[in-house]
Design a protein around this ligand. Structure first.
Ligand code: NAP
Length: 335
């Protein structure tokens, strides 16, 4: 890492179809000066989240789009190296939306930042004890409302969110079936995470395999991917099923939105409920959930996998790993 400069990735154009390096400029700038009420952060790890693809689009959403010419927004963790902020001291470990860069100004705009809880491993606030774990927690427990003995189906099950959903569902006494791409991820789900069955959507007939592995129907479907997998799940609902719409990564890089599901009528027939959510709506309850997630991880009840790439110059390639299915567990980049 350069001593005097700040290497950054700035958004240079809005992607049409699959995002690529051509949508960014890799630039080197002086380390920024901080003003009164601000602090300087040296980023240690960047988080990669499929939602960041949506932030690159010029459209109204739950958060403003990243502007052309701005540093690519991302959650990060780092260390305070200078401070003119009353609540942050040099050496503090912080988390926040500090972006794809080596140094960032905290206490400004969306990059207000918060301290990493005392004693918590530095990467956890980006994964299992951050947005990822919280998404799994509130999506499954608040929207899905699992009961012991119910069957929970999870897509993107070897990913950051899905792997936590699947394990919390097991903790709640459910039968859990995971959907993931490839035999290695499927073996991980059954052999390491203790799921009851796994479906390789790249090699198997998903609808038929859901019917086979969930013979009494699906009580909760936690959807991370959308598209044909969502449709296959809808075809296999049990009565009073809950479909939790968390994300739809299969469509994030499509030029046109994929066609809607064809099996929606099954919600009527099975008296089901389908509901979307955005995790930031639960912010007031983050402390209680973070504490419970941390306790589950510390006690070994939940296994937390991280996929750590290295080097700021590899930020775009690391982002692409999400859409290529190359990550297992939480995708991070170490600086
Ligand atoms: N609602 C919320 O507040 C909220 C918050 C956080 C995340 N999310 C959503 O949760 C989902 C998972 O996010 P994450 O951060 O945990 O990412 P992740 O699951 O760790 O990584 C993405 C995974 O998606 C799978 N994938 C990629 N393209 C696919 C396709 N065409 N069809 C099926 N699967 C595909 C890949 O796994 P395979 O190898 O198995 O294909 C890849 O590993 C995303 O949809 C994200 O937008 C929602």
């Amino acid at each position: 890492m350069s001593e005097k400069t700040n290497r950054q990735w700035r958004l240079s154009s809005r992607p049409v179809g699959m995002v690529s390096e051509a949508n960014f400029d890799f630039v080197e700038e002086p380390i920024p000066e901080i003003g009164e009420g601000e602090y300087l952060v040296r980023n240690l790890y960047l988080s990669f989240d499929p939602a960041m693809r949506g932030w690159m689009e010029d459209r109204a959403s739950y958060i403003p789009p990243v502007g052309i010419g701005e540093v690519m927004r991302a959650g990060t963790v780092g260390e305070v190296t200078e401070s003119r902020h009353p609540d942050f001291a040099v050496g503090d470990r912080v988390q926040g939306l500090f972006g794809w860069q080596e140094y960032a100004v905290g206490g400004r705009g969306l990059a207000q930042g918060t301290k990493v809880p005392e004693g918590m491993p530095i990467t956890w606030p980006l994964g299992v004890c951050g947005i990822t774990g919280l998404t799994a927690y509130f999506g499954l427990l608040d929207l899905g409302r699992p009961e012991p003995g119910e069957t929970v189906l999870v897509s993107g099950a070897a990913g950051a969110t899905g792997s936590v959903v699947a394990q919390i569902a097991k903790l709640k006494g459910c039968r859990v079936v995971g959907i993931a791409g490839g035999p290695a991820k499927c073996a991980l789900l059954t052999d390491d995470f203790g799921l009851d069955a796994a479906i390789d959507y790249k090699a198997e007939d998903v609808q038929a395999r859901i019917a086979e592995t969930c013979p009494d129907g699906v009580n909760i479907y936690f959807d991370n991917v959308g598209g044909p997998i969502l449709d296959a799940a809808l075809a296999n609902l049990a009565q009073r099923a809950r479909v939790v719409l968390c994300g739809g990564i299969s469509g994030y890089n499509e030029k046109e939105p994929p066609p809607g599901p064809r099996n929606l009528m099954n919600l009527v027939i099975q008296r089901g409920r389908m509901e979307g959510f955005i995790v930031i709506d639960y912010m007031a309850r983050f402390p209680e959930a973070t504490a419970e997630l941390a306790e589950w991880v510390t006690s070994g009840s939940i296994r937390h996998l991280e996929d750590v790439q290295e080097g700021i110059e590899n930020a775009v390639q690391t982002f692409l790993r999400l859409f290529r299915g190359q990550n297992t567990g939480k995708q991070l980049l170490k600086l």
